[in-house]
Write a protein that binds this ligand. Structure first.
Ligand code: DQA
Length: 140
């Protein structure tokens, strides 16, 4: 089973970035643990701060991978292009947000991704990625 995790802008700074909101673990550390916990899954990780690169990656993995776990970060709230890319592909996408976007600023309540995603996991910290993975595994 081939699963892609795609993270959007500033998530390369997890662990250093606003730890009160996003925690103190880096994504690389978390990803290593996740790979050890799910050795049966062919897990791939991609991060970019650039909108078009994220669209390219969605298109690249979106027809032969079994699932995508995506945290589009700030582009969630602004990017019609990422929403359109998710609608265009065959692979199911689970949207993940580390923080509870509904308990924060008003502009974070809008998602261009939620309506195109299989579902969304919001506000459960990094654990959300593992829960998304478990969901994708359960579909097979
Ligand atoms: C985020 C929430 C977004 O509003 C924010 O811009 C992020 C991270 C989250 O994981 O909680 O960068 O997607």
């Amino acid at each position: 089973m081939k699963i892609a995790i795609i993270n959007g802008p500033n998530l390369n700074l997890l662990g250093k970035r606003e730890p009160g909101i996003y925690g103190s673990q880096s994504f690389d550390e978390y990803f290593e643990i996740l790979k050890q916990q799910y050795p049966q899954v062919d897990l791939h990780y991609y991060q970019s701060n650039v909108e078009g690169e994220l669209v390219n990656e969605i298109q690249r993995v979106g027809f032969d991978y079994d699932g995508i776990i995506m945290n589009p970060a700030a582009y969630t709230h602004t990017s019609v292009a990422i929403g359109d890319a998710i609608a265009a592909i065959k692979t199911p996408v689970v949207e993940v947000h580390i923080s509870n976007v509904h308990a924060r600023e008003e502009f974070r309540k809008l998602s261009h991704v939620s309506a195109k995603a299989a579902g969304s996991i919001i506000g459960l910290g990094l654990k959300g990625y593992e829960l998304a993975l478990q969901y994708l595994l359960s579909r097979k």
